[in-house]
Every structure is written in C-alpha cells, then in structure tokens.
Design a protein around this ligand. Structure first.
Ligand code: MN
Length: 274
C-alpha cells in the first residue's frame, strides 16, 4: 500500500510538472535559472555576449551575423542570441537550442533564421564548441572565383590547405534557385559536410562560417581569416603568392593559437563600457 508520504510526493511531482509547463512561457527566466545554477554556464553566456560586441567592433559581423556556444552543462544544447543585431546582445537575449535548432524552455522569441548553421556544425563536430557566421565582404570573392582562400601568414594558419566552399545549389532540390539562406536542418547538415574536418567554410554568394573549441578561438579565427582574405587579395595583385606550406600551417597554428587570450584582452577592453 502506498504510504501517505509517497502519495503526496507523487502529487507534488505532478503539480510541479504542470506548474513548470505553465511557467515555461517565461522562457528567458529558464536560461537565467541555468546561469544562477552553473558558474560554467554563466561564464559561457557572459563570454558569448562579449564576443557578439567584439565581432561587431572588429568588423567580423555587421547588423547580421551571429555566434553560438555549446552549453558547458549539456553538450546536446547550445546558446545563441534571439534575432537582434550582434552589437546590442545582452545576457537577457540568449536562447537555448537543441541540436535541431529548436528553441528550448518554451522560448517563443524570434530566433535567427540561420540558427541551423550552428546546430548543423555543433551536432556533426563534437570538437567544435563555438560557431560564428557572418558576411564579411573580404571573404566573399574566394567563394565566387575559384581562387582558394589559403593561409598567407601564421595568424590564419588554421586555414590549412585552404577553405572549402559550400555550394548551396548542390544541396537544393528540386529547385536549385534558393534564397541563399541556410534555413533548414538539411542545409545546416550540408554546410557542415562541406566544412568537413576543417574549421572554416565559405558560403558561395553569402559569407562564411567558422568554428573552434572555444569562443575566444572562434573569434580569433573569424578576425584573422578576414585579415587573411584582405592580405591575400593584395598579394594576388602583385604576383604569385607564396602560401604557408601544410607543415608550416600546422606548426604555426599550434604555436599561435596558444595565445588567443592576448588579442581577446585588447578586443574586450574596446567594447566593455566603463
Ligand atoms: Mn547569413
């Protein structure tokens, strides 16, 4: 026979499930509760907010573009701002998503239509914890011309053998004329497949996506990939370009990426308000 205590605890459990379901509409609170519960989540979300400001300040994104981070307390979810410009993102704007790009905690705020870039890469690449997407002008020509974006210096050595290109026409059916938008789980998967085992992928006629094991490193890679694109374009005008060899790229990446905290300090100081 069920004891009174057990009877009431079952009742209490049902009550909390119902109460929880109702209160899920106050969704922003749920991310806030997770922040209050976990110092790791708090740190990740605060760094994510800072990264949004830095990416805008460093011209890696403009009014469009976004950065995500995998939930340090649950590898199957990630955090990304609601659909607003990166330069104004605060902790209150962060939404939690599952690996299909579905908002969790009953959060009904408008999400970025291209969140599938993040869910696709984070789902397929357990070694990547942060993804950035933007439309930086300097990167665009390499997706259009057959000229490969390759590392011209140590700072962007992570580009390795050269950036692969995501050709959306190869994955769109039956009509290959799309709106150029990675707005579905399938296209997010296709983008991730085009990236392969690399960390940077150009999106023809659109922009770029870049990933890393940390927010700081993802920001570092976005900024220096764009610088590489600018310098490479200048060098190509002058003659035959001498790129880093695969061996140089591999060794340079290992050395330089140990120091990503240093420029982060500089970039942060510029965007943190006194
Ligand atoms: Mn886009």
């Amino acid at each position: 026979m069920m004891s009174m205590k057990k009877y009431f605890s079952q009742y209490a459990a049902i009550f909390f499930v119902i109460a929880g379901t109702v209160s899920f509409d106050a969704s922003a609170l749920t991310v806030k509760e997770k922040i209050a519960e976990s110092p790791a989540v708090k740190a990740a979300i605060e760094e994510l907010v800072l990264a949004n400001r830095i990416l805008y300040d460093q011209n890696a994104v403009d009014g469009y573009g976004h950065i995500s981070v995998r939930n340090p307390a649950n590898p199957n979810t990630f955090f990304l701002a609601r659909s607003i410009a990166p330069s104004v993102v605060t902790v209150d704007d962060i939404i939690e998503f599952d690996m299909n790009g579905k908002a969790l905690n009953g959060d009904v705020r408008v999400a970025y239509g291209e969140r599938f870039i993040h869910s696709g890469i984070l789902r397929n690449r357990p070694d990547i914890n942060s993804v950035i997407h933007g439309h930086a002008a300097a990167t665009l020509p390499y997706g259009l011309t057959g000229s490969t974006l390759k590392p011209i210096y140590h700072m962007s050595a992570f580009l390795g053998d050269g950036a692969p290109i995501f050709e959306i026409r190869d994955f769109a059916s039956p009509n290959t004329d799309t709106d150029m938008f990675v707005g579905s789980i399938d296209l997010g998967d296709a983008l991730s497949k085009s990236m392969g085992l690399q960390y940077f992928v150009l999106m023809r006629g659109h922009g770029y996506a870049v990933g890393a094991d940390s927010i700081k490193k993802a920001v570092f890679r976005a900024i220096y990939a764009i610088q590489n694109a600018n310098i490479q374009a200048e060098a190509m005008k002058m003659g035959t370009v001498q790129y880093l060899s695969p061996g140089e790229a591999s060794r340079a990446q290992e050395t330089i990426e140990k120091t990503v905290g240093r420029p982060w300090q500089l970039w942060s100081e510029k965007v943190i308000r006194p």
